[in-house]
Design a binder for this molecule. Structure first.
Ligand SMILES: *Cc1c(COP(=O)(O)O)cnc(C)c1O
Length: 403
């Protein structure tokens, strides 16, 4: 993954493009194993739920120490199913963050409830627990924190608010499988926890997939029923659910990948630590804000997101793109300012930290296979984009001379 001596010429180092994420490189490592399990499922012709899904559910439950895990068709559906399992609907409010992927809030809308946005903590980009506490009303039915970019929301104060008001917590852990808070895994930090297996998440399938974990047997049973049209068997429908199941092929592939997840997470964490060293060595550190980690959190770095202040973010983005370094803005427009949520009546300036994060955040490559050489290329490009005079070369590993 990152050999000490690299068979690259110095010229190649300075020019090779670095993608934001490279799924092909990871697949190459596991291709034989993945092809074998796909072939096995094809041979069985058992595609919907079944043994592969049950096994993978058990593995995820074990992985995050949850009692139950229920696979479904996507992370979005996981959120919808969790809300439905709590009977949340019209007239109900769910408190969440405006600085997240769209699905977090759209699911609340989808079940007929009202998303209530509150601002984020500028240091972690996650829900500000004090703002959540202040937003609770008699209509509040749940709190939905997002573990954004792979860092868990500050769950202790959120739970204090939840318990005081008799509210459940639904974790949106779509970006956070393998993350922890206070020594416990994302997946058991809420009443229910929703994962996504979208290909670019830390555990990504060969298409869409999702899962809900919970310790509550009644909620688990309800989720299992809701994902099959509310069917309790023999075409007896006790309620109207969805058709939202995890495919056996996805489960079989994800099961192969889950065995490597801890190693891949460690590689991402290692890359983040190396960015810190390289930023310091290159002088870049003074010109950006390094992603902070909450002391209780084990960050799984689904994204490595820095802040570029003073209105320079978009110029840095353009410069990195011109230098063929992959980067992206998550998320350029906070949800309270999206057209489809105009009906909520939120105003520009209402959540200043979410708006500032949208204007300043920049995601850099962090994928497990990135390696030191490509990271140094990212940092040199970043230094160039930021007009940082580099006092000394930032190379930290020996490079074999081109023959
Ligand atoms: C990806 C994501 C989702 C939705 O997951 P899908 O599997 O794409 O439906 C929900 N919330 C967050 C924060 C996400 O990043």
């Amino acid at each position: 993954m990152s050999p000490d001596i690299l068979p690259l010429s110095a010229a190649a180092l300075t020019t090779a493009p670095v993608p934001l994420i490279d799924l092909v490189e990871q697949y190459d490592e596991i291709a034989d194993e993945v092809r074998a399990v796909v072939d096995r499922v094809l041979t069985s012709q058992k595609f919907i739920l079944g043994e592969d899904v049950a096994q993978f559910e058990a593995q995820v439950a074990t992985y995050c120490d949850a009692r139950h895990a229920v696979g479904c068709a996507s992370g979005t559906d996981a959120l919808v199913l969790a809300l439905m399992a709590l009977d949340i609907g019209p007239g109900d409010e769910v408190i969440t963050t405006p600085y997240t992927f769209f699905a977090t809030a759209s699911c609340i809308h989808r079940v007929g409830a009202t998303p209530v946005f509150v601002d984020i903590d500028p240091v972690t980009f996650n829900l500000d627990p004090a703002a959540v506490d202040a937003a609770v009303t008699s209509k509040t039915r749940a709190i939905m924190p997002v573990h954004l970019f792979g860092q868990c929301a500050d769950m202790d104060p959120l739970w204090r608010t939840a318990v005081r008001n008799g509210l459940p917590i639904i974790e949106d852990a779509a970006q956070a499988i393998g993350s922890s808070y206070g020594g416990r895994q994302a997946g058991v930090l809420g009443t229910m926890c929703c994962f996504s297996f979208f290909p670019t998440k830390n555990l990504g399938g060969a298409g869409d997939g999702g899962m809900v974990t919970t310790d509550d047997p009644e909620l688990a049973a309800r989720l299992k029923r809701l994902r099959v049209h509310g069917d309790v068997g023999r075409y007896e429908h006790v309620e109207v659910g969805l058709n939202s199941r995890l495919d056996a092929i996805q489960a079989a592939i994800l099961s192969v990948k889950l065995r490597r997840l801890s190693d891949w997470t460690a590689a991402r964490q290692n890359n983040a630590a190396r960015y810190k060293k390289l930023f310091d060595a290159s002088g870049v550190s003074e010109h950006l804000v390094f992603p902070a980690t909450h002391p209780a959190c084990g960050h799984s770095y689904n994204q490595f997101v820095v802040r570029i202040e003073d209105g320079r973010r978009d110029d840095v983005l353009k410069s990195l793109q011109a230098q063929q370094v992959g980067c992206a803005v998550y998320y350029p427009k906070p949800l309270h300012l999206q057209k489809c949520f105009e009906y909520l009546g939120c105003k520009q300036g209402q959540f200043p930290e979410a708006e500032r994060a949208s204007a300043e955040s920049l995601a850099l490559p962090i994928y497990a296979e990135l390696g030191a050489i490509r990271q140094e290329r990212v940092v040199r490009s970043l230094a160039h984009a930021l007009d940082v005079e580099q006092a000394s070369p930032v190379y930290s590993i020996p490079v074999r001379k081109a023959a």
